[in-house]
Design a protein. Structure first.
Length: 114
């Protein structure tokens, strides 16, 4: 599922063991070789062998569109997401970096109830 700028975004990441087995969980989002957002522990929801990471509409605005923008905004590359887990110094697995397309929104600002 693509990130849509100025809209919230959530993703489920399956992990090798139950989340409570890890003392640290970190999910990072990058674009154009730059970390854009990192979420860890209290920012994440966990359920058994899965982690749910969510970005706010303000956070998704930090990304540039990676596909042709209907509004003509500057394009960036694909975004990438990676999860890293920590039990101890000899058990700290990390995932591959998954590409995620970033789609533009017609409205530039974050939506709210005002």
């Amino acid at each position: 599922m693509a990130i849509v700028r100025s809209c919230s975004y959530s993703s489920v990441i399956f992990i090798p063991e139950p989340a409570e087995n890890y003392t640290k969980i970190e999910v990072s989002f990058a674009q154009d070789q730059q970390i854009i957002v990192t979420k860890s522990d209290g920012d994440l929801e966990t359920a058994s062998n899965a982690v749910v990471v969510s970005l706010t509409s303000e956070e998704t605005l930090l990304f540039r569109p990676s596909v042709k923008s209907p509004m003509g905004r500057r394009l960036g590359g694909s975004a990438f997401v990676q999860i890293r887990l920590f039990k101890d110094s000899s058990d700290a697995p990390g995932s591959k970096c998954w590409p995620v397309e970033v789609h533009d929104s017609l409205q530039e600002g974050a939506i709210n109830n005002e």
